[in-house]
Ligand binder design. Structure first.
Ligand SMILES: Cc1cc2nc3c(=O)[nH]c(=O)nc-3n(C[C@H](O)[C@H](O)[C@H](O)COP(=O)(O)OP(=O)(O)OC[C@H]3O[C@@H](n4cnc5c(N)ncnc54)[C@H](O)[C@@H]3O)c2cc1C
Length: 441
């Protein structure tokens, strides 16, 4: 029996572990665990996953089950720690191979180790694929032997083949064909499953989407494809991307793909090859190039965290710099509640609290305000983001926070002049009015 253990790769298309599991005739089942630890409070008192991303996850897993059902592959769903459940399933269903996406951050590694160490698991083979990258590590090694260079520009220059700026990106894998109908019986005999949880089951409040939200979309791989269809093909917004990406209001100033990329219902390779198709069929310009440029940032932070491990969570960051940091509860509260002296910061903080979303421009400014101006422990800001963001991705979140805090991939002292940023990006105050003056629904 082959088992696909789903974690942050919640899709059926371009999914290497799924394709591997489906090679040959062995029965295939899939598993997803809503791990209770993901909904507990962290050391700073924030729920690790708040309602926005939790609802998106529930929608994603619901969609994944439907997509897998089309392949006659049952998706087992539990609200449990994988280390208590997987060994039982492996024993009862005689699982011989577990296929999964490779993760390397602390919590994921600890869970995997506990699963491996459980009784009887020595009979099970684990096959991990580095499936979350745009550039496969084997291909990167060839392009950038000192991988990864510590500075983004150097990383980019090494991986881009000049003069066309092409990248060694692998083609997406097709979804495997449906298995024989009897594969649906493969999960018979598994421990009693839980239903897909509601927000209340996870200890969170249900809510309706704020009408001002810049990300009013649902989770799931079909929704991700619809978003690409809208942004690339129907509106052709992609051909203006570089000129609009610093916007603040509405759904279309940027591609808004990050929540699907973060939980893996969309792969960066799928996005890349859609950009290439657009360049062939519509236009290739600086804007289409820039979307790929941003996807490279995403990869860069993943390679940085792969290289530096635990350091991305430490106060001194990957540079191990010893700056002055404070922890002032009043300061934190004013930042979170959007009650600082800056209305631009306040509007952004109200937006994330009401919708789980904030633009890249907003994120840079509020992080700079918190870590640079107020000199507050940047990890508290990162933990608050982790709790609320729809698109939280541990590598991008901690990577960007470190970068802005001066302890990451850019040793320069970055500092945003928030007043001039507000004037430049919100000259008529429309964004600030939206979040500070208008009632929410
Ligand atoms: C303090 C801070 C925290 C952040 N935390 C996260 C996070 O947890 N998860 C996350 O996905 N992004 C994070 N970002 C990066 C960026 O803000 C978001 O990726 C982007 O706003 C998502 O919107 P979009 O999909 O419309 O992006 P687009 O502008 O359309 O970009 C396309 C894709 O490129 C990638 N990308 C763009 N900018 C960045 C960047 N600076 N770093 C890494 N990848 C990028 C994303 O995958 C994004 O979906 C953070 C940025 C800052 C400054």
């Amino acid at each position: 029996m082959n088992l696909v253990w789903y974690r942050n790769n919640l899709r059926t298309a371009d999914n290497h572990p799924l394709v591997q599991a489906c090679r040959g005739q062995s029965p295939v089942i899939a598993l997803y665990c809503f791990d209770p630890r993901h909904f507990e409070k962290d050391r700073f008192g924030f729920k690790r996953t708040e309602k926005f991303r939790a609802r998106f996850l529930i929608e994603t897993v619901t969609s994944l089950r439907q997509q897998l059902a089309k392949l006659n592959i049952p998706l087992l769903i539990y609200r449990a720690k994988p280390e208590t459940l997987l060994p039982r399933i492996a024993q009862q269903l005689r699982v011989r191979n577990i296929f999964l996406q490779r993760e390397w951050t602390r919590d994921e590694m600890q869970v995997l180790e506990s699963v491996r160490r459980a009784d009887g698991m020595d009979r099970v083979q684990f096959q991990q694929s580095p499936d979350q990258f745009l550039l496969h590590p084997d291909d990167l090694r060839l392009a950038a032997p000192d991988n990864p260079p510590p500075i983004f520009t150097r990383f980019r220059q090494l991986v881009e083949k000049q003069p066309e700026r092409t990248l060694p990106v692998r083609k997406p894998l097709p979804t495997p064909p449906p298995r024989a109908l009897q594969n649906l019986d493969a999960a018979r005999g598994a421990p009693l499953q839980d239903r897909i949880p509601s927000l209340e089951d996870l200890g969170l409040n249900s809510f309706s989407t704020d009408r001002r939200s810049a990300f009013p979309f649902k989770g799931g791989e079909l929704e991700a494809r619809q978003r690409i269809d809208h942004y690339f093909w129907q509106t052709e917004n992609l051909k203006r991307y570089k000129h609009t990406r610093n916007g603040l209001v509405g759904t279309d100033y940027s591609a808004k793909l990050s929540p699907w990329l973060a939980n893996g219902s969309l792969s960066p390779r799928q996005v890349y090859w859609q950009v290439k198709a657009f360049e062939q069929q519509v236009t290739a310009n600086e804007d289409t190039y820039w979307l790929v440029f941003e996807l490279l940032w995403r990869d860069f932070f993943k390679y940085i965290s792969l290289k530096h491990g635990e350091r991305i969570f430490q106060l001194g960051g990957i540079l191990q710099k010893d700056y002055e940091w404070h922890r002032a509860p009043g300061e934190l509260e004013r930042w979170i509640n959007g009650e600082t002296p800056s209305d631009f910061i306040n509007a952004n903080m109200r937006e994330i609290a009401a919708s789980g979303w904030m633009s890249n421009r907003g994120r840079q400014n509020v992080a700079s305000y918190f870590a640079r101006e107020q000199k507050q422990d940047w990890r508290i800001g990162a933990a608050y983001f982790e709790s609320l963001l729809l698109d939280c991705d541990v590598h991008s979140n901690y990577g960007n926070w470190m970068y802005i805090s001066g302890i990451g991939s850019d040793p320069r002292k970055r500092h945003f002049n928030i007043d001039s940023q507000a004037q430049r990006y919100d000259p008529d105050g429309a964004y600030r009015n939206l979040w500070l003056k208008e009632p929410n629904r």
